[in-house]
Ligand binder design. Structure first.
Ligand SMILES: Cc1cc2nc3c(=O)[nH]c(=O)nc-3n(C[C@H](O)[C@H](O)[C@H](O)COP(=O)(O)O)c2cc1C
Length: 262
C-alpha cells in the first residue's frame, strides 16, 4: 500500500479478532518505525513495553487501565505501553556529539567548539525543563504516529487509549524512576471491516490552518482533494449504511460491556 492509502485506512480500530495472534515481527516493524522517527536532539526518550495478552502475567493485564473504552485492552491480543524515559535527557550531550560526527549538525570549522562551549552548556542549564512535559510528548507522538502507520500497512488495527501514569501500571511493569507512561495502544487484526463504519469527521481545514497570520485560512485546492481521493486518502465518510448492524454484531461476538464507552 502507498503511504496515502495507508493514511486513508488509518482509523481507530476498537474491535480486534481476539483469536488471531499478532506476529512479533509485525510488532517489531512498528517499533522500528517509532525508533526511526525524529527526536529532539536525537535524545530518543520514547520507550515501549509490548504486552501480549496471552503470555503476560494476569496482574499485568489487570494493571493496564484506560477510563474510556478500556475494555478493548482485555480483548486485544497486544497492548503497547508507550512511555517516556526522562533519564535519556541526561545523555543529551553525547547524542549531540554523535549528530555532529554524523554530519547532521552544524557547518564550518567552528561547529565543534560552538557545540562544546555554547550549545551543550546552554542545554545543561535547562536540563530539568527539558525533562518536563511539552516537547517530549510531541517528540514521542511522532514515534507513535510512525508505528501506527506501519501497523496499518501490515493489515493491523490499533486504538490509542489515554491513561494516567499510575503507580499500579508503573510498578507492575517495573518502570524505573524518571519514566512516565504516556499512552496505551491496542494492536490486533481488525474484527470490523477495514472501513470501520467509514471515515471519521474532522474539524474544517480552514479553521485549523492559517497562512501568514491567524485567521487567514491556508488555501485549500480542490485538485489536491481530488488527487487524494483517487489515491485512497479520503474514503467514504461514516456512518456507512450498515454500521449499526456491524456494531450490534461485534457487540455480541466480542461480548462488549454496556454501551462500549466505558
Ligand atoms: C492520544 C490519543 C488518545 C486517545 N484516547 C482514547 C481513549 O482513551 N479511549 C478511546 O476510546 N479512544 C481514544 N482515542 C481514539 C480517538 O477517540 C479517535 O482517534 C477519534 O475518535 C477519531 O477516530 P479515528 O482515530 O478513527 O480517526 C485516542 C486517540 C489519541 C490519538
Amino acid at each position: 500500500m502507498e503511504l496515502r492509502e495507508v493514511m486513508g485506512r488509518r482509523r481507530s480500530i476498537r474491535f480486534m479478532r481476539p483469536y488471531q495472534p499478532v506476529e512479533p515481527e509485525k510488532i517489531q516493524l512498528m517499533l522500528e518505525a517509532a525508533r526511526r522517527a525524529s527526536h529532539w536532539g536525537n535524545v530518543g526518550g520514547l520507550r515501549a513495553i509490548v504486552v501480549y495478552r496471552d503470555s503476560a502475567p494476569q496482574e499485568t493485564i489487570d494493571a493496564l487501565f484506560a477510563p474510556i473504552a478500556g475494555y478493548q485492552i482485555r480483548r486485544a491480543p497486544v497492548t503497547i505501553v508507550w512511555f517516556f524515559d526522562a533519564n535519556a535527557v541526561d545523555e543529551q550531550s553525547d547524542r549531540l556529539r554523535e549528530l555532529l560526527a554524523a554530519g547532521a549538525l552544524g557547518v564550518g570549522d567552528n561547529k565543534k567548539s560552538d557545540l562544546e562551549d555554547k550549545i551543550i552548556p546552554f542545554f545543561d542549564g535547562i536540563r530539568d525543563m527539558l525533562k518536563g512535559a511539552g516537547i517530549n510528548e510531541v517528540d514521542c507522538g511522532q514515534g507513535i504516529a510512525q508505528a501506527t502507520l506501519m501497523a496499518y500497512e501490515q493489515g493491523l488495527g490499533t486504538c490509542c487509549l489515554g491513561t494516567a501514569d499510575t503507580e499500579e501500571i508503573r510498578e507492575q511493569l517495573g518502570l524505573p524512576d524518571g519514566c512516565r507512561v504516556l499512552l496505551l495502544q491496542t494492536v490486533g487484526y481488525p474484527a470490523e471491516s477495514w472501513e470501520a463504519g467509514g471515515q471519521r469527521p474532522r474539524q474544517p481545514f480552514e479553521d485549523l490552518f492559517h497562512l501568514n497570520e491567524y485567521g487567514n485560512p491556508f488555501p485549500r485546492s480542490d485538485e489536491v482533494i481530488t488527487e487524494l481521493t483517487e489515491d485512497g486518502f479520503f474514503t467514504r465518510p461514516g456512518p456507512l449504511p450498515w454500521r449499526e448492524a456491524e456494531l450490534e454484531f461485534l457487540k455480541d461476538a466480542l461480548d462488549v460491556p454496556g454501551s462500549g464507552l466505558i
